[in-house]
Design a binder for this molecule. Structure first.
Ligand code: ASP
Ligand code: MG
Length: 595
C-alpha cells in the first residue's frame, strides 16, 4: 500500500471549520487507496500564547517545563483532527511524539531526532486507521517530553515520511508554494513548480520562512519528495526534490535578511588559532553567523568581519569582546543598519560571471556593497538597510526571476526522466538507525595550485566591485571565491579573490591597471594557496563543523586566510605548502562523521 504523509500547519487547523477541511483532505487521500499519516501543528498562534503564559509566571522558564507546556498545543490539535475524522465516518487515532516512539536527544526546545520506532504507527495503519501524529515533539531516553524548535512540525512530517517510506510528504500551509522571493516583499515574485533540496536549504537558512530547514535536510538524506501547497486553494504548489527546475538558469531564488548587523574585530594577530578563538565563543552561545570575511593582514594583523541577525548582536558582541581581549585584537566595531541580499542557485556552480552580473546590477541601481561573500551556490552582499528593498528588486530582475525559465521542467517530467535513468538518486545511506539527525558529511577535499589576489584600499563607493570584476572577466580569468570586507583604517574596502595559479601573472597585470585607474592603495598576489572543503548536509545548522574545522587546522599550526560557509560546504583557504597536512588533520577530526 502506498503511504502519504500530510502535514497541516497552525493556520490550517486554526478553527473547527479548518480542522474539518483538513480531515476531509486526509479522508480523500485514504479513499484514493493510500495509507495516510497526518502531522499537525498547534492551532493558530497557540504556541506563542503558551510561551507568553510561561513568561507571565517566570521570566526564564526551565527549558524542560517549556517543552512540557508547548507540546500540549499539538496534543490539542491531534485529538481534534481525529475527532473530526471520526465525525465524518472514518477511523482515526491520535498519537503523541512519545507514543509514536520519536526518540530525541535531551536538548530541550531544540532537540534533534535520534530514532523513530514505526511499529505502532504501522499497526494502526494496517488496521485501516488514519494516524494523526503530533508534530514538533518527541521524548528523550528518560521519557522527558522534548520539542524540536519553532516550526519543527515540518521536520516531524518529513522524518515520518522518510522512515515509513512514504511516496510523498504534502505540506499544507497558508502560502501556495515556494516563491523566487517573499511575495510580500516583492509582488513580482514567481511561484516555482520545482526547487531542489540544496537551493531550498540555502534559502531556508537565509530566512525564507516556508519550511523548517531541518526538514529539508531529512528530505535530502532520504530522498523524500516534499509537496508544498495551500490548504485553502487547489493550486498545485511546489515540489522540493533533488533536481532543480532549470538546468541553465544560474539563480533560482533571492532573499533579503533585513535585520542584520556587521561585526568587525580589528587588528587580529594573524597567527593560527585566532579565528577559532573568536568563532568558538560565538558557537558556544549557539549563534549562527554568516558572511565571514577575513582581510588578509597587514603588519601581521588581520580584520575579521561577519554578519549576524540584529537580535543576536548583543550576545555576539559579548562573546567577541571576550575573545578579542584574550587574543590581543585591537578593537571591535559594529554597524546595526545593514541588510543582507543573497541569491541562490545550483546553476551558478557551473557558470562564470554570475557574481559579476549581480555586482553590476547593484552598481547600476546605485547600491553600495559593503561586504561580499560567495560560495558554490550562493552569493551574498551586505548593503545599507535603506537600500535593501532596491537591492532585492534589482537582483530579482537581473536574474529574470519573475519569468519561468525556458527549459523549466515539471515534476512529472523529472519523474519520468528518473524512471528512464533507472539509477534513481542513491542518497546518503551511511545513516545509523539511531542517529537520524546526526551530522552527515559527504566528503573532505583539497583543491591546490590556486592563487589569491588581494586589492587593498579600494574606495568604498557603488560600482567599484562591478568594475573590478569587469576587468578580471575581460581578461578571461575564472574566479572561484570572492570576499570583500571593510578596511579598518580608512573606511575603504579590501577585495580578495582566488583562481587557478597559472592565472596569477595575468591577474597581477589587471591589478596594476586597476590600481592606477581607481587609486587603490596596493595589491598583493599569493602564489601558492589551496582550498580545503568539508561537504555535507545542513552544515550551518550544525555549527560544530565550522569550529571543528578551525580547531583542527589551528592545532595543526595552519593559518586560515579565507573562509566561506554554506549549507553544503565549509571552505578554508590556506597556504598551499601546508594544505596536505591540513587535509590529513581534517580527515582525522571528522573521521567519526564520515564513517
Ligand atoms: N507549534 C510549533 C510552533 O509554532 C511547531 C510548528 O508549528 O511547526 O513553532
Ligand atoms: Mg509552521
Amino acid at each position: 500500500m502506498s503511504l502519504i504523509v500530510q502535514k497541516f500547519g497552525g493556520t490550517s487547523v486554526a478553527d473547527a471549520e479548518k480542522i474539518r477541511a483538513a480531515a476531509r483532505k486526509a479522508i480523500r487521500a485514504q479513499q484514493q487507496g493510500h495509507g495516510v499519516v497526518v502531522v499537525v501543528s498547534a492551532m493558530g498562534k497557540n504556541t506563542d500564547r503558551l510561551l507568553e503564559l510561561a513568561r507571565d509566571v517566570n521570566e526564564k522558564p526551565p527549558a524542560r517545563e517549556l517543552d512540557m507546556l508547548v507540546s500540549t498545543g499539538e496534543q490539542v490539535s491531534v485529538a481534534l483532527v481525529a475527532m473530526a475524522i471520526d465525525a465524518l465516518g472514518s477511523k482515526a487515532v491520535s498519537l503523541t511524539g512519545g507514543q509514536m516512539g520519536i526518540r530525541t536527544d535531551s536538548t530541550y526546545t531544540k532537540a534533534r531526532i535520534q530514532s523513530i520506532n514505526t511499529e505502532r504507527i504501522e499497526r494502526w495503519l494496517n488496521e485501516g486507521y488514519i494516524v494523526i501524529a503530533a508534530g514538533f515533539q518527541g521524548i528523550d531516553e528518560d521519557l522527558n517530553i522534548t520539542t524540536l524548535g519553532r516550526g519543527g512540525s515540518d521536520t516531524t512530517a518529513v522524518a515520518l515520511a522518510a522512515v515509513l517510506g512514504a511516496s510523498a510528504c504534502e505540506i499544507y500551509t497558508d502560502v501556495d508554494g515556494v516563491y523566487t522571493t517573499d511575495p510580500r516583499a516583492l509582488p513580482e515574485a514567481r511561484r516555482v513548480e520545482v526547487i531542489s533540496y540544496d537551493e531550498m536549504l540555502e534559502l531556508a537558512s537565509l530566512g525564507a520562512g516556508v519550511m523548517h530547514s531541518r526538514s529539508i535536510e531529512f528530505a535530502k538524506k532520504f530522498g523524500v519528495p516534499i509537496h508544498v501547497r495551500s490548504s485553502f486553494s487547489d493550486i498545485e504548489g511546489t515540489m522540493i526534490v533533488a533536481e532543480p527546475e532549470s538546468e541553465t538558469s544560474p539563480v533560482s531564488g533571492a532573499t533579503l535578511t533585513r535585520d542584520e548587523a556587521r561585526v568587525t574585530v580589528h587588528g587580529v594577530p594573524d597567527v593560527p588559532g585566532t579565528s577559532l578563538e573568536i568563532f568558538s565563543g560565538i558557537a558556544a552561545r549557539k549563534i549562527s553567523i554568516d558572511m565571514i570575511v577575513q582581510n588578509v593582514g597587514r603588519h601581521g594583523r588581520a580584520d575579521i568581519s561577519f554578519s549576524v541577525p540584529t537580535s543576536e548582536l548583543s550576545a555576539t558582541l559579548e562573546a567577541v569582546r571576550e575573545a578579542a581581549e584574550r587574543i590581543g585584537a585591537e578593537r571591535v566595531t559594529y554597524d546595526q543598519d545593514v541588510a543582507k541580499v543573497s541569491v541562490v542557485g545550483l546553476g551558478m556552480a557551473k557558470q562564470t560571471g554570475v557574481a559579476h552580473q549581480m555586482f553590476r546590477a547593484l552598481a547600476d541601481a546605485d547600491v553600495n556593497i559593503q561586504m561580499i561573500t560567495t560560495s558554490e551556490i550562493k552569493i551574498s552582499a551586505l548593503v545599507a538597510r535603506d537600500a535593501a528593498q532596491t537591492a532585492l528588486r534589482t537582483v530579482h530582475r537581473v536574474f529574470n526571476l519573475e519569468s519561468t525559465p525556458s527549459d523549466a521542467k515539471s515534476w512529472e517530467q523529472i519523474r519520468a526522466e528518473r524512471s528512464e535513468r533507472a539509477d534513481v538518486e542513491t542518497l546518503v545511506t551511511r545513516l545509523r538507525e539511531d542517529a537520524l539527525e546526526e551530522l552527515t558529511l559527504t566528503g573532505i577535499a583539497m583543491v591546490d595550485h590556486q592563487a589569491l589576489l588581494t586589492l587593498r584600499g579600494v574606495p568604498d563607493q557603488p560600482g567599484i566591485a562591478a568594475d573590478i570584476f569587469d576587468a578580471i572577466g575581460n581578461a578571461g580569468i575564472f574566479v572561484d571565491m570572492i570576499v570583500q570586507g571593510i578596511d579598518a583604517e580608512n573606511g575603504r574596502t579590501s577585495i580578495s579573490l582566488t583562481f587557478p595559479q597559472d592565472e596569477l601573472p595575468r591577474c597581477l597585470e589587471v591589478a596594476a591597471q586597476l590600481k592606477q585607474q581607481y587609486g587603490l592603495e596596493d595589491f598583493h598576489g599569493t602564489e601558492e594557496i589551496a582550498k580545503l572543503t568539508v561537504s555535507g548536509i545542513g552544515l550551518r545548522s550544525h555549527t560544530s563543523v565550522g569550529t571543528g574545522m578551525f580547531r583542527a587546522l589551528a592545532e595543526a599550526g595552519i593559518n586560515v586566510q579565507m573562509i566561506n560557509t554554506s549549507e553544503l560546504q565549509v571552505n578554508a583557504v590556506v597556504d598551499g605548502k601546508q594544505a596536505q597536512k591540513g587535509l590529513v588533520a581534517l580527515e582525522a577530526a571528522f573521521a567519526e562523521a564520515l564513517r
